[in-house]
Design a binder for this molecule. Structure first.
Ligand SMILES: [Zn+2]
Length: 297
């Protein structure tokens, strides 16, 4: 199968003209994974014209979208592909309301689907950052749903970010996560999830990093008003302004998903040509997500 490469919208529209084109693409990618019938566990199937699969033993039918995050997408898989393309290839992505206008779906529908896409963008955790990694914590003032005016800043979210640097000090990869407070207990998660024990970590002099330095190679230096953490602070500035300008409100429950979307584009910026295919591959391997899980309580 020819994977789709590039970020050209016209070429994309030409390749994916119908829902069938999209299903064929999914079926092509699914062939990279071992098949197991969901009902009986048998490993052989026949592919039908609509790219669904029929188990050779129990004749259970699995649609092309089954077991992917495209499962039961009500507005059609072609629109879903376009939304994925926008989210993967545009530098800043779009708000749910704007995406809704562009693809003729309601804002709520667009938001729910975009949350699924962000789920696919979440870090896999099997490639921890090594080399030089700068870590810092920051606060994010975002509007909560249903509040207006001054409450914009009333409840700041706290987050920690880790940026792996290139040899010339630019951001190569990054991860961001929301944390409850700036204690060592909360800060440690980004280390455990995303940073190799071999990495040379640099932080400012905040005492919360001291206990973590028992397990990680951490050097604490003076921040010099951010001058010693230039790439890191540029990224923090970008993620803050992206969230503030693109999303009218962000819930505590979903904030990590927005961070993941931002990092997904940064971390794959060296593979821009294949970023759409990477995302669709993740959409296929991610577990099915139900709307209740996405919305929270
Ligand atoms: Zn079967």
């Amino acid at each position: 199968m020819d994977i789709f490469k590039g970020r050209n919208l016209l070429e994309f529209a030409e390749r994916f003209k119908t829902d069938e084109d999209c299903k064929e693409y999914l079926a092509g990618l699914k062939k990279n994974e071992a098949y197991r019938c969901l009902k009986c566990g048998h490993a052989k199937f026949q592919e039908r014209k609509d790219f669904s699969r029929v188990c050779n033993i129990c004749v259970h039918i699995e649609s092309a979208t089954a077991n992917t995050l495209f499962h039961k997408v009500k507005f059609g898989i072609r629109k879903a592909f376009f939304i994925c393309f926008e989210m993967a290839t545009s530098t800043k992505s779009l708000s749910a309301s704007y995406m809704g206008v562009r693809y003729g779906v309601t804002e709520k529908t667009a938001r729910l689907f975009m949350l699924k896409v962000r789920e696919a963008m979440s870090p896999i955790g099997n490639s921890p950052m090594d080399g030089t990694v700068h870590v810092d914590e920051f606060v994010l003032g975002v509007r909560e749903q249903g509040k207006v005016g001054r409450s914009y800043d009333s409840k700041k979210k706290k987050a920690v970010t880790a940026v792996q640097l290139t040899d010339d000090g630019k951001a190569r990869r990054m991860y961001v996560m929301c944390i409850k407070d700036f204690s060592a207990r909360s800060l440690q998660y980004i280390f455990v999830n995303n940073i190799s024990r071999e990495a040379r970590v640099v932080t400012d002099k905040w005492k919360g990093y001291r206990p973590i330095a028992k397990a990680y190679n951490i050097q604490q230096i003076d921040s010099d008003k951010g001058m010693n953490f230039k790439a890191l602070h540029t990224m923090i500035h970008q993620i803050k302004s992206w969230i503030r300008t693109t999303y009218p409100w962000v819930s505590d429950f979903n904030i990590d998903r927005y961070f993941n979307e931002f990092c997904f584009r940064i971390n794959r910026s060296q593979n821009k040509a294949t970023i759409f295919n990477n995302l669709i591959t993740e959409m296929i391997s991610a577990e099915k997500i139900y709307q209740t899980e996405l919305i929270g309580n």
